[in-house]
Design a protein around this ligand. Structure first.
Ligand code: PRP
Ligand code: URA
Ligand code: MG
Length: 214
């Protein structure tokens, strides 16, 4: 069973409220996605191991700690891109691996169109970022790609999840913890998260929805 961590941080809740609002335009929407990713990223990385180093301050040596992992940030295109910006601010040294897939709205299956993974992966932990965990098909496929590439530890960070997507991840990827801003009620009959926020990609990038959301 995957561990699900739904944020209880009041600032996360406040920003999610603004994000969901139907009147929130792309510039504000993008800023909110970025800062929510940073806040959730901080929660998701709280258990990463550290190693001790000695740092020389102007007064003398200080016992200090740095991340022991080689961390990767993996945005699922396209909606994950805005979250990657927030994570990069938190982890400027992280490698960024792009995986392009979209959900075929007729079959609901993830359709892969791009992935840019290094030939010799060094990552010891990957933070997968995608704002919406709906049926879970896209998240499961992304985790499969990363596991096949040899990444030993994965974490998923999403802004809003449906119970159906969490159940799918729990069944297919029980070792991948899920960090979310909120768990919503259900999926609609066209597999949108209800009440959700609509299409996270279209709302970030100002594109016209090509389907009905309810
Ligand atoms: O859990 P699922 O049912 O797979 O749905 C979630 C996926 O749908 C959205 O992407 P979308 O297909 O809209 O692509 P986009 O980011 O290019 O808009 C979202 O960003 C996830 O990747
Ligand atoms: O609610 C949803 C479901 C899939 N993709 C989105 O962007 N929103
Ligand atoms: Mg989309």
């Amino acid at each position: 069973m995957s561990s699900v961590y739904a944020s209880s941080h009041p600032i996360v809740h406040q920003k999610l409220a603004a994000l969901r609002g139907v009147a929130t335009r792309p510039p504000e929407f993008r800023a909110l996605v970025r800062s929510l990713a940073l806040l959730l990223g901080q929660e998701a990385t709280a258990d990463l191991p550290t190693r001790e180093v000695s740092v020389r301050t102007p007064l003398g040596p200080a016992r200090s700690f740095v991340l022991a992992d080689v961390v990767g940030i993996v945005p699922v295109l396209r909606a994950g891109l805005g979250m990657a910006d927030g994570l990069i601010e938190l982890l400027p040294e992280a490698e960024v691996w792009h995986i392009g897939l979209y959900r075929d709205e007729a079959t609901l299956r993830p359709m892969e169109y791009y992935n840019k993974l290094p030939a010799r992966p060094r990552l010891t932990v990957a933070l997968v970022v995608d704002p919406m965990l709906a049926t879970g098909g896209s998240a499961v496929r992304t985790c499969e790609i990363l596991k096949a590439a040899g990444v030993p530890r994965l974490k998923l960070i999403s802004l809003i999840a449906a119970p159906e997507g969490i159940a799918r991840m729990a069944q297919a990827m029980p070792d991948v913890p899920i960090h979310v801003g909120a768990v919503d009620d259900r999926l609609t009959d066209v597999a949108f998260i209800y009440p959700g926020l609509g299409d996270a990609g279209d709302r970030q990038f100002g594109t016209t929805p090509d389907r009905h959301e309810s």
